[in-house]
Design a protein. Sequence first.
Length: 221
Amino acid sequence: MKKMFALFALAALTSTAHAQGGMAGMDMTKKVTQVGPHPDGWELRLDDAKAAPTDVNFTTMGPGMHVEAGPAGIYWNPTNTASGTYTISATFGVRSTPLHDAVGLFWGGNDLTGDKESYAYFLVYGDGTFIVKHRANSTTTHTVVAQMKGSPNAAIKAAPANGGSASNKLAIKVGADSVRFLVNDTQVAAVANGGMMPSGGIYGVRVNHNISVHIAGLSKQ
């Protein structure tokens, strides 16, 4: 049990830079323009309150979706909700990513368009590392719950170079007493359910800034 929740303690060791969103702010956000309609029924919220929904290109592509991100943000369909014990998963085929930035899943989303925005999320970085965070509301910084920065995780396929491509399947297993995080069917972390970890609510995807990614197979079991 101690080993299972060891990563929870990493929150206390997190640097200020990661607690406030990592190194993403070091890059200029590239200019992107929406082309065509957003996927049917989907909504988005960008971290930058001054950004417009048309500052990303979010489209349907084949059986999945594609995001060409300028600003970082979250994407969801309000009908995609989960509670109790469940697993959500999706495959992220990153076409271009800065090695220090990330894509992934969010869950437990509530008031996503309001001032009390809340959700937890699990991201993998282009350099093969990962992080789990919780956002309490739209005016506070994101709180790190677990992370593996510094050394790449063997389960994560890293991009071969800055701006390179990589594909990873992410899954979040919400149980009665824990939330487990898997990449390519290998568990990379687990934290206690409750406290900073919301369980019920909307689930969707998060794409940080300047990333081009295809998202396929988003589902709940």
